[in-house]
Ligand binder design. Structure first.
Ligand code: ZN
Ligand code: ZN
Length: 620
């Protein structure tokens, strides 16, 4: 990392550091010139002041008839100093400073609490508790920066208790309400990040999101009540009832609440929250402010989450017998009463059986493959979802592009935030899973890494994250260029590698083999349907449940090909004619003696499926 600008004359690359580590100087002279201005904000000097004050206090208390008032004044000052130093150390953002910051805030808190309990010196006033609450809030901030979520929540909880006590004693002023809203939204934000960190799905995570929702919505309600009291007479910008101040604070909470709604997959609510935040920011700062860039970034995150939810549902309904796939019981000969009932796949048990749980009474069954009809999305449903994915990808790219434009204008090209926006835009392009866009993603992510390398420390976790995203995009790009990739590749899936294709092919053949059982050449039409569906083919309907012949399957495949249901999707077909045995073809595929590219030459690696039809011919 480069040296900072001189704290005195602003010259770049100032090599001398103040012992507080936060300010740089050209030389001793510049340092001397700045001494008086810097002193009040320098943790090094202020810590010396603390030591001096402590010695004075000790001496004072040692005196026989010391004045309680004088002691109180000094202690009050000491608590204030601890608070300032703790916060200065926190703001260095250096984890090595955090233990010291914690120590100062705790000492300050201890003094404040002791003094607040001591009514003889200071009569009760509505200001009571303000110092402790402030200190607890900063302790909460410190812990959440430090990644100590539990301690942070606890500090905020104490702050809330403290606030409740003074509110019941002195009534609730706008300051109290605002402080309560701040604490609630800070807690909500911690739950949001906990949810982000630990992934989704389990009940515990859902509980975090619901807690965040309750906290955030309560904070928002307080804000709305305060907004109703906003006062034209409150002209000072930091007055809680100042109109612009109200708008800014409300926008901040709306963004936190929006994040929670995203986690809960309540996308409409998330969108309306971010829209409201954007309108508020626009009315304070116009269209080109960083706040607008942040809102636009949020919109792009919503798009991303929404696409992820859609992809999950597509995945669940396309791979065969994967847990969670919806199914219907069909064709039971003995217990016909279960036929027609629906449920979900639990797991595949052995080669030819599937464990399922029916919706009715949560009853578990082990059924034969032929009795499990998978309820995958229909062609039209998939088309609809696919169109939604396209729209979301475009919306994410549009809003992220605008956010980047603003960021470059506000912060310049060499700034952490600009790097972050390059990263976000690159990721939005990468998520399209299309070749041209992936190429664009690689160039944007390269830029993001380049900027961050210049402005951040070499061990910055963001740098690692950016590099990983870049590497991933490069791998995906290489796959698009790879020769002979066989993947049945609906465009909502990232391209697979040759190796993954081979694994999938092997599985496909293995299951065909299993169905084969006796070594007979025919397979059941239901199984064929299911396997084809797994590869993006949905239009096949078996005319009977008798085993199908290869010739019939070819006819179906050709009929499907000519129906070309998706004009934007180029459907091309690889037809492999299987001569003697499954093993022979598999070996041929795996050793690449059949190059699938020869069958699909001319296909642009664009939006398309390679529909892979495996035909089993009679081999008697
Ligand atoms: Zn200087
Ligand atoms: Zn300093």
């Amino acid at each position: 990392m480069e040296y900072g600008h001189c704290g005195s004359c602003s010259a770049p690359n100032a090599p001398l550091k103040c012992p507080c580590q936060a300010t740089h100087y050209c030389d001793k002279e510049c340092q001397r010139d700045d001494k008086n201005a810097h002193r009040g904000g320098c943790s090094y000097f202020l810590r010396k002041d603390i030591d001096r004050l402590c010695r004075q206090l000790q001496m004072l208390k040692a005196q026989h008839n010391c004045s309680a008032f004088e002691v109180a004044v000094k202690e009050d000052k000491l608590a204030g100093l601890h608070h300032v130093v703790g916060d200065l150390l926190r703001l260095t953002l250096l984890p090595s400073n955090y233990p010291l910051a914690e120590d100062h805030l705790k000492q300050g808190l201890e003094i404040s609490r002791r003094m607040e309990a001591d009514y003889r010196v200071f009569p009760r006033s509505s200001d009571e508790g303000k110092n402790s609450i402030g200190m607890l809030n900063n302790l909460g901030l410190l812990y959440s920066q430090w990644d100590k979520k539990g301690a942070a929540l606890e500090a905020y909880e104490h702050a809330r208790d403290c606030l409740r006590t003074t509110m019941s004693a002195h009534g609730s002023t706008p300051w109290h309400q605002q402080t309560l809203a701040d604490i609630l939204s800070a807690q909500g934000d911690i739950y949001n990040r906990q949810y982000d960190r630990q992934g989704h799905g389990s009940d515990k995570q859902k509980c975090h999101a619901e807690q965040a929702q309750a906290l955030g919505e309560e904070a928002l309600a307080i804000h709305r009540a305060l907004n109703a009291q906003a006062d034209r007479c409150a002209v000072l910008p930091d007055d809680i009832l100042n109109e612009d101040n109200r708008k800014e604070r409300t926008a901040e909470v709306l963004l936190i609440v929006c994040h929670t709604y995203e986690n809960l997959e309540m996308f409409d609510k998330a969108r309306s929250a971010v829209q409201e935040a954007m309108d508020l920011s626009r009315s304070c700062h116009g269209n080109g402010s960083e706040n607008i860039a942040i809102c636009l970034g949020r919109i792009s995150t919503i798009c991303c989450r929404q696409s992820r939810a859609i992809k999950t549902s597509l995945d669940a309904s396309s791979s065969s017998y994967s847990p969670g796939t919806r199914m219907r019981v069909e064709g039971l000969k003995n217990q016909t009463q279960w036929n027609g009932l629906e449920g979900v796949v639990l797991k595949q048990a052995g080669g030819s059986r599937v464990c399922v749980r029916l919706d009715q009474d949560n009853k578990d069954f082990r059924l034969k493959l032929e009795n499990v009809y998978l309820l995958v999305a229909t062609v039209d449903e998939r088309k609809e979802l696919f169109a939604q994915l396209q729209d979301l990808a475009e919306e994410a790219i549009t809003s992220q592009t605008e956010s980047l434009r603003i960021q470059v204008k506000v912060k310049g090209t060499k700034h952490v935030n600009t790097a972050c926006d390059y990263y976000n835009l690159g990721s939005a392009f990468a998520r399209t899973d299309k070749p041209a866009e992936t190429r664009k993603a690689v160039s944007l992510l390269t830029k993001a890494c380049k900027i961050l390398r210049r402005v951040a420390a070499t061990n910055s976790p963001d740098l690692l994250k950016y590099r990983q995203a870049l590497e991933h995009a490069e791998v995906v790009l290489a796959r698009f260029d790879e020769a002979g990739v066989l993947s049945a590749m609906p465009c909502w899936w990232p391209p697979t590698s040759r190796q993954e294709d081979e694994v999938e092919m092997a599985e496909l053949f293995a299951s065909l083999h299993r169905a084969d059982g006796s070594g007979s050449a025919s397979i059941s039409s239901e199984l064929m349907q299911q396997e084809l569906r797994m590869h993006g083919l949905f239009n096949f309907t078996a005319s009977s449940s008798d085993p199908v012949s290869g010739r019939e399957t070819v006819a179906l495949a050709v009929a499907y090909h000519s129906s070309s249901y998706q004009p934007c999707v180029r459907v091309s077909m690889c037809v492999f004619v299987w001569g003697r045995t499954a093993a022979k073809l598999m070996r041929a595929l795996l050793t690449r003696t059949i190059d699938p590219r020869t069958q699909i030459s001319g296909c642009v690696m664009d939006l398309y499926f390679i529909v892979l039809v495996v035909i089993i011919l009679q081999c008697q």
